[in-house]
Write a protein that binds this ligand. Sequence first.
Ligand SMILES: O=C(O)CCC(=O)C(=O)O
Ligand SMILES: [Fe+2]
Length: 334
Amino acid sequence: MSSTQEYALRELNREKTFGGMGTTKARNVPRIDLSNFQTRKAEIADQLWAASTDTGFFQLVNHGIPQRMIDEAFEMTARFFDLPMEVKARLPMAKGTNYGWEYKAQVRPSTGTADNKESYQITVPRMAGLWPSGEELPGFKATMLAFERANWALGMKVLSLFAMKLGFPPDFFTEAHDPTSPEYQSTLRLIHYMAMEGAKPEDFEGWRAGAHTDYCCLTLLHQRTGQGGLQLCPGKEAGGGELAWTDVEPLPGVITCNIGDMLMRWSDDQLQSTLHRVRMPRADEYLGPRYSLPFFCQANRDAVIRPPSGREAPITAKDFLDGRIAANFAKLRK
Ligand SMILES: O=C(O)CCC(=O)C(=O)O
Ligand SMILES: [Fe+2]
C-alpha cells in the first residue's frame, strides 16, 4: 500500500466513528487580538499556542482584512451560486482535484452521506478553464483573487508565530506555502448550504457538513452573522462514546480559525486538528441559505512534512492531501 493509500485508510477508519448526533456542551473559544502585531508577537504567539494545543479553535479580531473586502467576497459568492446550473456545470471539480465546482458530491467518511451543499474551490495555479467568464459574472475573478491573497497573507502571519514556537525559522511556513510556485495548493472555498425553507422533515436529518477535521495546516473561516450551525468537539474528548459538541456563533469582525491535520502532524501532534461540522438549522431558526468562505493554508505539493521528533515518516504535502481528497470525493467523475 502506498503512503497515500495508507493515510487515507487510517483517516477513513478514524472518521467513521464520529457521525452521531451527540450532545452539546459550552466551551470557550479564545478570542485573539492581532492589533499592533509587530510589537506584540510574543504575547500573540503564546495565546495562539495555548488555544491550539487545547481546543484547536480560536477567533481572530483586528486581523487586518477590511470588512468591506469580506462583504464583497460574500456578495460575489451569492451571485456565483445564483448562476444557472448549466453555467456552473461547465466549471466542474474533477475527481482527485481540489478546484472547481461540485454539487452535493462531498461524502464525509463520518456520515457516509453527501453534505447538503455546493462549493467552488479556487486553487490559483490550477484554474485554467474553471473561472466563470467576465460576461457571466463581471468582477468575480478579480474580487476572489484579491480576497485569496489577503487570506494567504493573514494565514502566513499566524503560521509565522507557530513556526517560532516550533523552533523553525519565522518564514518556514511562508516558504512552504510560496504562492509564486506552480506547486502552490492553498485553497479558497466558497460554500453555499441550501435554504431549508419548505424542506421535508426527513431533509433535516442529514448534515450541512458532516463531522470532519480539515486537511490543511490552518483554516481561516469567514461566516455571516445570523448564519450559525458550526460546532466543534476537541480531539482529546473525541475518544469514543457520545461526543459533546460546542456551537461556534458567527460574530461581526471575527475570523474563526482552526488547526488542520497537516500542522498537527508537522507539530508532532502538539497542535490540535479539531473535529467540527455544520448542523442543520432547527425549525425555529433562520432557514435561509447559508454561505461560508474558508481559506485553507495547505503547504505546496512539493513541501515535505517532516515532524521534528522523527516519529512520523516524512511525507510530501501532495501525498498527504491526495489521500484526504480521495476519501471525501469518491463520487466525482474522473
Ligand atoms: O461552513 C462552515 O462554517 C465550515 C466549513 C468547513 O468546515 C469546511 O469546509 O471544511
Ligand atoms: Fe472544515
